[in-house]
Design a protein around this ligand. Structure first.
Ligand code: WTA
Length: 662
């Protein structure tokens, strides 16, 4: 149902009309060519879920040794998939495409912040991965050792991950937006033996030194004996000869290392993500099952094929980047765009300029980005020819119908299905999403579980709730790409995900509803995890960064609904006796959070409190803080120790609101 070219003045009216529409069937033109056009995958997977995954594993990956048993479920929740099978992740992502004569295919159209372009082929990625593997090996990195990666969005990040996989090392990518202190914690938890970083990074025309910052934390990491530094910005990077190597020099001197097959359950990576406590969780994924999931989903959910130009705007530091910038597209032999910069530099149309320049056909981003683009206005996308686009994706948080419709109409021209994909760091790959040629779409719903996935919404007792009722989202059947454990912390793994409803039901941590037609509507987290612009942050982690300030006595952090970022961090702070809270202190607190975690965790709002609302047993009542922050009527206050606390806070919030308005 392609519509006529858009005139900005008509848009508002048209969107208003679309808001009344609940269901969007797959666009005719898309459906006619879709890889999947009926419900066969669901039916096949229901008949024999394990056999169905086996078929995907066999068809989409190359194994050097077949498995003896597809699923070992004798000791839940410690499931093992493709037991006895052997394969190499890097081989599957690179070597086999090159061996099949596809080495000259572009893997990444890389675009630098200042408009630089690099087309990197599969053969080039392989050339570098083979050599970096050698360098790592020569520095004593053995299978199972952890290698930290702290890089900007440059092709070297994919090479670094794959070189690790090539020799069975476990990569631990840390988002470049995290501070070096947050990097230090993660590398300490994972006991990393080497780190791959860059001399510097760029952000909207500014350069910042990275290697020099990293040097400050290395003394705290005695196990880390090798740093490999990519020359990127030319920032001064002090090098210590016994420890530090330049990437380009080391690769030039190294010969290739062949890919070695590893057990299907050999660890592939650990990725730290936020949980209910201040200590991040090291989500561990293994090789065979994870690769099966990330190889399967792009074809079916994105309808990805050889002539597509695919672009996922995430950062590799998050799971979306791992699964849908690096492993998924490379396993498929796809051509992707990789962009280093921000969406508004040099101007707010740079994403759309890139789409037009490379003829992007599949575009995958986050609702927060769409809402930001809405705010900037349709004139930016309208400057460019987006007619190559044929499918749009969304990930990271619930997408509100208004943003969905804008995405559909302004970016997709009314002809592109939107796949709203629900999943988590822990699930490894997309689990709830439409198959775009088949599933009618409902704006705001990730639609239905993918074939082979058994999702449900349950109450406190684990009983499925009635359609339309809110409850806890759970997954009742193991799937190959699921996390295997929390790194070095199996007890926390069981306790976090498999204690609430037993050892065979995965507790997601999201609240959801399921409608009469079996569509899932994810509402948000039920734990103390906030989702700011699709970034998962722990309120406890932010609180501990705030109370590290000597003038702060106590802090409680909540996620407050925010029109643009989904949730925003709001901190209620009490100060030490004799301290007069002011803007300067607020700035110092924000700077402290940036230093300990990263700029993304800085509180949008700081509310000075005389005291925090607590239960008689001394627990902070965050539920009340959320109500106060959002100006709602307060829920049950019977357990509150001192009601006067509330009045002061409500007055503060009113004051703040008034100040913000004026
Ligand atoms: C949320 C990101 C609604 C959810 C891939 C989940 C979503 C958390 C969606 C995982 C979606 C992700 N609709 N909510 N389509 N996708 N979420 O680990 O709360 O960074 O539990 O993985 O994001 O965040 P994570």
């Amino acid at each position: 149902m392609a519509t006529s070219p858009l005139r900005a003045e008509e848009l508002e009216r048209e969107l208003e009309q679309l808001l009344g529409r609940d269901v969007f069937p797959p666009p005719q033109e898309f459906r006619a060519r879709a890889l999947v056009r009926d419900d066969t995958p669901w039916r096949e997977a229901e008949r024999d879920p394990v056999g169905w995954w086996e078929r995907q594993a066999r068809e989409l990956l190359e194994w050097s040794e077949p498995w003896q048993r597809a699923l070992d479920d004798s000791n839940p929740p410690f499931y093992r998939w493709f037991v006895g099978g052997r394969l190499n992740a890097c081989y599957n992502a690179l070597d086999r495409h090159v061996a099949a004569g596809r080495g000259d295919r572009v893997a990444f159209h890389w675009r630098g912040e200042e408009g630089e372009e690099r087309a990197v082929t599969y053969a080039e990625l392989l050339h570098d991965a083979e050599r970096l593997a050698t360098v790592l090996r020569e520095r004593g990195i053995a299978p199972g050792d952890v290698v930290g990666i702290y890089l900007p969005m440059i092709p070297e990040v994919a090479v670094a991950m794959l070189a690790c996989a090539r020799i069975g090392a476990v990569h631990n990518v840390v988002f470049g937006g995290f501070s070096v202190e947050a990097l230090r914690d993660r590398l300490h938890f994972s006991n990393a033996k080497a780190l791959i970083c860059a001399d510097g990074a760029r952000r909207k025309g500014r350069k910042v030194a990275v290697k020099a910052g990293v040097d400050r934390i290395l003394d705290d990491l005695p196990a880390l004996r090798t740093v490999i530094c990519v020359r990127h910005t030319g920032e001064a990077a002090p090098m210590r000869p016994d420890r530090d190597l330049w990437w380009h020099e080391a690769l030039r001197a190294a010969g290739p290392t062949p890919a070695e097959p590893f057990d299907a359950e050999h660890p592939l990576f650990v990725l730290y993500t936020s949980g209910s406590t201040a200590k991040p969780k090291g989500v561990l994924h293994t090789t065979g099952g994870y690769l099966t999931g990330v190889a399967w989903t792009p074809r079916h959910v994105f309808d990805l094929r050889d002539d597509d130009i695919y672009w996922c705007t995430a950062d590799v530091g998050w799971v979306t980047g791992h699964s849908y910038i690096v492993y998924g597209p490379l396993l498929a032999g796809a051509t992707s765009v990789m962009y280093e910069g921000a969406p508004d530099y040099p101007d707010k149309d740079v994403w759309w300029e890139i789409c037009a320049r490379y003829g992007v056909t599949i575009f995958y981003t986050a609702p927060t980005a769409i809402r930001t683009c809405m705010k900037w206005g349709p004139e930016y996308p309208l400057r460019h020819d987006l007619s190559a686009l044929r499918l749009l994706g969304s990930v990271g948080e619930p997408i509100n119908p208004k943003a969905w419709l804008w995405y559909w109409r302004v970016i997709g021209g009314g002809r592109c299905p939107i796949v709203d994909t629900w999943w988590q760091t822990e699930t490894g790959h997309i689990l709830i999403a439409p198959l775009p040629g088949v599933t009618p779409l409902k704006p705001g719903s990730a639609t239905r579980p993918l074939p082979g996935i058994d999702a449900a919404v349950v109450d406190d007792a684990g009983r499925e709730v009635e359609p339309g009722q809110q409850g806890y989202l759970v997954l009742r059947r193991p799937w190959p790409g699921m996390l295997r454990t929390l790194y070095k912390d199996p007890e926390r793994f069981v306790e976090t995900y498999f204690s609430r409803f037993g050892r065979e039901t995965y507790f997601v941590g999201d609240a959801a509803r399921r409608d009469e037609e079996g569509y899932f509507w994810v509402v948000g987290r039920v734990d103390d995890v906030v989702n700011v612009s699709g970034h998962r942050l722990s309120t406890a982690e932010v609180e501990s960064a705030i109370v590290a300030h000597p003038k702060v006595a106590e802090a409680a952090v909540i996620g407050q609904a925010d029109e643009r970022t989904g949730q925003a961090i709001c901190a209620f702070v009490t100060v030490e006796a004799g301290v007069e809270p002011d803007e300067r202190l607020a700035d110092e607190i924000r700077a402290g959070v940036a230093e300990r975690i990263g700029k993304l965790a800085r509180p949008a709002r700081i509310i000075w409190a005389n005291d925090l609302p607590k239960t008689r047993s001394g627990k902070i009542m965050r539920r009340l803080l959320r109500d106060i922050a959002e100006g709602r009527a307060l829920g049950d206050v019977t357990t509150l120790r001192d009601p006067a606390v509330i009045e002061q806070l409500e007055a503060k919030v009113r004051e703040l609101r008034a100040a913000e308005r004026s």
